[in-house]
Design a binder for this molecule. Structure first.
Ligand SMILES: Cc1cc2nc3c(=O)[nH]c(=O)nc-3n(C[C@H](O)[C@H](O)[C@H](O)COP(=O)(O)OP(=O)(O)OC[C@H]3O[C@@H](n4cnc5c(N)ncnc54)[C@H](O)[C@@H]3O)c2cc1C
Length: 284
């Protein structure tokens, strides 16, 4: 029996994001919130593993109360239990403070429902986009970590070992390791399912479990929220978008190639490489 935790973050739908031109910050008001899509790939893989090997899937999220909606969506897809970690004291957390609180929450999940074998996070979020929280959780829990997982190829319940494919820049790496393990999910991992009707009905009535700082008596208060976040955002700005210097060429392909060659010869060569036609002649 596997116990899998999936850590999900509710993020603003990036297709709807606008930047306030005066403050250069994200305009979040009126922007719909969605479950970070890499996290849905983590959840899908957890559900597939549960269906294959048996077990339970617990979803956790740290965020403000509206993040409850993201957790209910996970329940509709098939998660067994969902926990919202929320408290004003957690607000303003950077990746260091976020991974600390999430690691403490996973320890509490273990105390409540038993040992955790696999933790899934997304590769990164659509808003913060750092990709630091997954590895941060693994370090704090002192467990194995497999990042950029594109396929889970096997799990052996007896040896408690898992085999995955990791996507690298120049290929694919096959890795086997022992559990407990944290994996960060890529979109290549699977195709997330649609919520079935019974799942939707369950989610409609489900209330996520809420944990506040009061539920973590041993939490180090100096490591949470804004106080526990050493990251400083020095400046934000929107890069200037310059219109590309393009020109449409007329004629058939032969004429276009000839015109292009002439343009490169007449303007680009002298400008870029200091080529002097008069001195070097034209017959190169
Ligand atoms: C000074 C400062 C103040 C900030 N204040 C706020 C704030 O008030 N509110 C706010 O929303 N953000 C705030 N942020 C941003 C916040 O720190 C990051 O969004 C958060 O730490 C996660 O980092 P990320 O989005 O880059 O996650 P990544 O590292 O890119 O996320 C990787 C994966 O980790 C998991 N994950 C990440 N965050 C969470 C989470 N909260 N719950 C569950 N799983 C998660 C998901 O599976 C995700 O796919 C602040 C940042 C700074 C520097």
């Amino acid at each position: 029996m596997l116990h899998i935790v999936v850590s999900v973050k509710q993020v603003p739908d990036s297709r709807e994001i606008r930047i306030d031109p005066k403050t250069s910050t994200l305009v979040r008001i009126g922007v719909p919130a969605i479950v970070n899509f890499y996290d849905l790939h983590g959840l899908e893989e957890a559900l597939v593993l549960k269906e294959k090997y048996g077990g339970r899937v617990t979803v956790i999220s740290m965020g403000p109360p509206p993040a409850e909606k993201a957790l209910k969506q996970c329940i509709s897809l098939g998660a067994d239990e969902a926990v919202l970690i929320t408290d004003r004291a957690f607000a303003g957390a950077d990746t260091l403070a976020t991974s600390y609180v999430l690691a403490e929450a996973i320890k509490k999940v273990e105390e409540t429902w038993g040992p955790v074998d696999i933790v899934f996070t997304g590769k990164q979020t659509l808003d913060g986009d750092t990709g630091q929280v997954g590895p941060g959780i693994a370090c704090r829990l002192d467990i194995e970590q497999l990042t950029y997982v594109s396929k889970v190829t096997g799990y052996n319940g007896e040896t408690k070992r898992v085999t995955v494919q990791r996507k690298l820049e120049d290929g694919v790496e096959v890795v086997e390791t022992k559990t407990p393990v944290l994996m960060t999910a890529l979109k290549e991992l699977n195709k997330p399912r649609r919520a079935p009707m019974p799942g939707m009905l369950r989610a409609a009535q489900y209330k996520p479990i809420v944990w506040t700082t009061a539920d973590f008596p041993n939490l180090d208060r100096s490591k949470i929220g804004l106080k526990g976040s050493p990251t400083i955002v020095g400046k934000t700005w929107v890069p200037e978008i310059k219109a590309a210097d393009t020109q449409m060429l007329d004629g058939d392909t032969k004429v276009k190639v000839g015109t292009l060659f002439d343009k490169i010869w007449e303007t680009e060569l002298p400008a870029r490489f200091g080529w002097d036609h008069a001195a070097n002649g034209k017959g190169a």
